[in-house]
Write a protein that binds this ligand. Structure first.
Ligand code: SF4
Length: 510
């Protein structure tokens, strides 16, 4: 028996793909498996427990909570962006206030402790030593105890840790289990663990607490831990059975599906996928097509979320030829295939409602130096084609990369202004230099966060284009440009790209 836990806090809009993938492999080999979305359950626990309101907004948000929660499950809410925003911000308000007494700020996307940092191993160990201090403690104490006390076998318990916002809660839960059930085998894996373990010079500080740390796909190591033959275990489709599929804060079931791990391009400078040496492991295209069709038939998803770092062109073609039977979206590169309007139209007809594009910069020299393999002429055609075809473009921009400077950032602004009608959503980020990045050898580095587990390091920008100047540029110039401001006004707060496809799915404009 295996219990797989998805800890708080991540966006509670769709079921967790990582533990569902492991469940698929385990169940396919006859291993019973219980899935616990402690994120969704824990957030609902915090929201719904009695709390005193100290201000008018919180009072109103608490009173409206049942309505706000149900309105995020109603497609009609997404046709009225102001109503949507109000529901999201009210839920966020209730969450933020719910744990203030514990010195913690919990949100729909984040978890900030006033004292403990998720990038300091000593703080994670402190969270494990004192699980009662975690605001989710009453929830996970009861939930895990009931699960384990009702099981006469000694199950393996696995935690899937993918984001920093989950780290302190994960260790609080592990600390509780280690203390109450000292013989329980505890396994810790997920994307964040993979990044930590693959850091140069990694030595685990969690030896006494966790029995197995798993980097990369977890199926093989889990079978080994269970003492089973692991051959062929990577072929099973994910299995979401046992998760509360009707409770997620979305207008219908969102089906997350991974068509690969790693990235087929793997050439962009400073990309962690390259830096960590993660191999590209594609699921065969015919398998993806048949899986998606089968899922869509069985579960009638409102939306399919393709989780690949970059959807490969051959997969996009296959989806265009074999529509999965439900609306879908994902990340891809703005390559030459999308510069063909008929191709974009075929994608639209197959159900594609949104494509996320990692454009990063509107300056060709920056793109070339970052080895993005993108031509701005092509990106321009892609954006116009997507708009004409009715596919929303969600464009990701990255400021402060080593080759960028103010003049080049202004070219990005000019590009966005020229393409304002074709860009539906914008994500703005400031560049962080991954620790040990091969491309960063020529840069002068210095410590960024006071944390031994930080994945990034600060660096002296060769052009003096530092974070302070970038922030000023973004706040005073970039976001103030009317074209940008108009795009950002439509940005779904907190849920961002996870809810963005629902806006305009009915064919309505902005
Ligand atoms: S396309 Fe994305 S994931 Fe792939 S190498 Fe570039 S930045 Fe990394």
């Amino acid at each position: 028996m295996v219990i797989l836990v998805h800890p708080p806090v991540t966006k509670p809009s769709e079921p967790p793909a990582g533990i569902a993938r492991l469940a698929g492999a385990l169940r396919c080999h006859g291993v019973p498996c219980t899935l616990v979305d402690a994120n969704l359950e824990g957030l609902l626990f915090l929201m719904n427990r009695p709390q005193a309101a100290t201000d008018t907004w919180t009072r109103r948000a608490l009173k409206n909570l049942p309505h706000s929660l149900s309105s995020l499950k109603d497609r009609g809410t997404y046709a009225v962006p102001d109503r949507y925003k109000r529901a999201v911000l009210d839920i966020q308000r209730v969450l933020e206030q719910s744990a203030l007494h514990a010195g913690v700020s919990v949100g729909l996307v984040d978890y900030r402790d006033g004292e403990l940092s998720p990038v300091r191993s000593a703080d994670l160990l402190r969270a494990a030593e004192c699980p009662e201090a975690n605001p989710f403690f009453p929830y996970f104490q009861e939930r895990l105890s009931v699960l384990l006390e009702g099981d006469s076998s000694l199950p393996v318990v696995g935690f899937s840790l993918n984001y920093l916002s989950q780290a302190l809660c994960t260790f609080a839960m592990i600390g509780f289990l280690r203390r109450e059930f000292p013989n329980l085998p505890l396994v810790l894996g997920g994307g964040l663990i993979t990044s930590w373990v693959r850091r140069p010079g990694w030595r685990s500080p969690f030896g006494g607490l966790v029995d197995h740390l798993v980097a990369g796909p977890g199926e093989g190591p889990l079978f080994e831990i269970l003492g089973m033959d692991a051959s062929g275990n990577g072929q099973a489709p994910p299995d979401y059975a046992g998760l509360p599929l009707g409770d997620y804060l979305s207008p219908g079931f969102i089906l997350p599906y991974s068509g690969s791990s790693g990235c087929h391009w793997r050439r962009c400078a400073f990309c962690p996928e390259r830096g960590e040496g993660n191999p590209y492991l594609p699921v065969p295209t015919t398998r993806i097509v048949s899986d998606l069709r089968a899922y869509a038939g069985e579960t009638r998803p409102a939306l399919i979320h393709l989780l690949d770092n970059a959807l490969r062109p051959s997969l996009l073609e296959a989806l265009a030829e074999n529509p999965p039977g439900a609306p879908w979206y994902g990340f891809t590169r703005a390559g030459r295939q999308l510069a063909d309007f008929d191709y974009c139209l075929a994608l639209k007809e197959s159900g594609c409602v949104m494509l996320k594009l990692g454009m990063e910069s509107g300056d060709q020299a920056v793109l070339d130096r970052m080895q993005k393999g993108l031509s701005l002429n092509t990106v321009s055609k892609v954006l116009k084609n997507l708009q004409r075809a009715g596919i929303s473009a969600y464009v990701y921009l990255l400021f402060g990369t080593p080759p960028e400077n103010l003049a080049r950032a202004r070219r990005t602004l000019a590009f966005v202004v020229r393409h304002r009608a074709a860009i539906r959503f914008l994500n703005l980020a400031i560049f962080n230099l991954p620790i040990g990045a091969a491309d960063g050898e020529a840069l002068q580095t210095r410590r960024f966060y006071a944390g031994d587990l930080s994945l990034y390091t600060d660096f002296v920008h060769p052009e003096g284009w530092d974070r302070r100047h970038i922030r000023q540029f973004l706040e005073r110039e970039f976001k103030k440009a009317p074209a940008v401001a108009s795009i950002l006004r439509h940005h779904p707060p907190h849920f961002t790209s996870n809810h963005a496809p629902f806006f305009g799915m009915d064919g309505s404009g902005r």
